[in-house]
Write a new protein. Structure first.
Length: 317
């Protein structure tokens, strides 16, 4: 069940979007906090509330926490989540909760991105190295947009954060430009072994620029770049864990790229189509999701919008 937005296909409701992300993640030990747990903690005091070490904590939408309770709960959950894990916090669309979450994140280097749903879902990834520089903000500062600090809705945060949750070893990107997205995906993964980028080379020296971006951002991989049309280029990788599509943006190009590159994604892998906010991209995705594949999906709220698809089986349906 989902909310409809024009001709763009379904937007998953909150619990569906969260389950989809968890399905795509490497997380195995997830703690869910609902009304019962909040009432218990409120009665006994948060200092006596024990939360086991875990990969992720989900703060359910049914919990209408007061500001103080939410702040205490976030501190408790952050301590319980292991480095590389994440918090899934409902209520991002509520201004008071948003302010509390942003205040909580100050100085923690957590990577925040948001997912479209009924009440808004904030996902905060806990860095594997707590002393690490905020790499997503560094990438944003390097980017041509010229801002030194990335806003919470920047593509860099979402790309880094999603990759940290999925932890892909093989990444395929179609539409590379200067390699900022590729660098964010590789850095977020932390375990990436292969990155292949496909680009038509129409906007500069893609090979040089991408290698320079990877080098400057501290990526441990040398990117493999294929120059050619996305519809005919030979792809030297298969069974990828994460596919990022950001090439042609007309309806036919989006649809054809999804059809062509879908077989390169392993069962259980994730596809991210960029620029969801453009109607032609939405309609290309909608056509694919109507004609080729009906499966779990989620919307990433970034400055250009991202549509995520989890491949639940090897064959099209």
């Amino acid at each position: 069940m989902g909310l409809s937005l024009g001709c763009a296909g379904p937007i998953p409701l909150g619990d569906t979007g969260c389950r989809t992300l968890l399905k795509a993640s490497v997380f195995r030990h997830v703690v869910v906090i609902g009304d019962e747990e909040v009432q218990m903690a409120a009665a006994t005091g948060w200092h006596d509330f024990e939360m086991p070490a875990c990969d992720a904590v989900v703060l359910e939408p049914a919990c209408f926490y007061s500001g103080r309770v939410l702040a205490d709960l976030l501190d408790t959950a952050w301590t319980a989540v292991m480095p590389g894990g994440a918090l899934f916090i409902y209520g991002w669309s509520w201004p008071t909760r948003r302010e509390i979450i942003q205040a909580f994140l100050a100085g923690k280097h957590g990577c925040l991105f948001t997912v479209a749903c009924q009440d808004g879902l904030a996902v905060v990834v806990k860095p594997r190295n707590l002393e690490a520089v905020d790499i997503a903000a560094v990438l944003w500062g390097m980017n041509a947009y010229g801002s030194a600090a990335a806003p919470p809705w920047s593509n860099s945060y979402a790309q880094y954060g999603l990759s940290a949750i999925v932890r892909p070893r093989k990444i395929l990107e179609v539409g590379v430009l200067r390699g900022f997205s590729g660098a964010a995906l590789v850095l977020g993964s932390g375990v990436a072994e292969v990155y292949v980028g496909v680009d038509n080379g129409a906007e500069g020296d893609v090979l040089h620029d991408t290698r320079e971006t990877f080098l400057r951002s501290g990526c441990p991989l040398i990117p493999a770049i294929v120059i050619g049309d996305s519809s005919t280029a030979e792809i030297p990788v298969a069974d990828v864990d994460l596919l990022h599509l950001d090439a042609g943006h007309d309806i036919d190009s989006v649809f054809k790229d999804l059809v062509r590159y879908w077989p390169y994604v392993r069962a259980g892998g994730v596809v991210w189509v960029d620029d969801w906010l453009q109607m032609s991209v939405r309609n290309g995705i909608h056509r694919f999701m109507s004609e080729e594949y009906r499966g779990p999906c989620f919307i990433l709220e970034t400055e250009t919008g991202g549509y995520g698809i989890v491949k639940t089986q090897a064959a099209n349906v």
